[in-house]
Design a protein around this ligand. Structure first.
Ligand code: AR6
Length: 179
């Protein structure tokens, strides 16, 4: 686990692990537009949360790319799940960067509206949606830093990295951007 403090109250943490096991107020799901369970992180979150999560997602029905929706966390440690739909990487010419930045910003806005103090993010779009990891990490760290500098509700943001490669990339990026 590595830690980068913005001030006495706010921090960004990076850890290698499984997001479903995080004891935070909210975890973020890298969903698809239908909000139905998928593979990878979405499959793991739905499996750990139980069927109540899928039922609530079906009621919500849809989420646009770059947008986010909040549900309860059911059997997870986290009280809430914030579902966001990242861009599918198409080579970089259809606004993928902007859409990915919107995902982080909207998740943080919705978290703050719900008085969430701690939130964990996976590396949105870097799996099935094939967004290049380094570029995605820069966007993630930049958006989170910008948000925390301007808002006070959220105190702790954790980037949960599923592999050593992702962890190293976040470490390097945070060192660059937070200096
Ligand atoms: N904890 C943390 N990170 C994880 C976990 C986990 N348990 N499992 C995988 N990852 P992906 P996307 C990482 O494919 O690219 C879904 O099926 C993984 O290593 O889950 O946004 C949806 O339904 C990768 O770095 O999300 C959509 O159809 C990151 O999570 C589509 O895939 C994101 O990988 C979304 O694709």
């Amino acid at each position: 686990m590595s830690e980068s403090k913005l001030n006495n109250k706010k921090q960004i943490l990076v850890m290698q692990g499984d997001i479903t096991q995080q004891k935070v107020d909210a975890i973020v799901n890298a969903a698809n537009e239908s909000l139905l369970p998928g593979s990878d992180v979405s499959g793991a979150i739905h499996k750990a949360a139980g069927l109540g999560l899928e039922e609530e997602c079906i009621k919500i029905g849809w989420c646009e790319e770059g947008e986010a929706k909040i549900t309860q966390g059911y059997n997870l440690f986290a009280k809430y799940v914030i579902h966001t739909v990242g861009p599918v990487w198409e080579g970089g010419n259809y606004g993928e960067d902007k859409i990915l930045a919107n995902c982080y910003r909207r998740c943080l806005e919705i978290a703050a509206e719900n008085e969430i103090k701690s939130i964990a993010f996976p590396a949105i779009s870097t799996g099935a949606y094939e967004f290049p990891l380094e570029k995605a990490t820069k966007i993630a760290v930049t958006e989170v830093k910008k948000y925390l500098e301007n808002e006070n509700t959220i105190e702790s943001v954790i980037f949960v990295c599923f592999s050593a490669e992702i962890y190293d990339c976040y470490q390097k990026t945070i060192a660059e951007i937070m200096k």
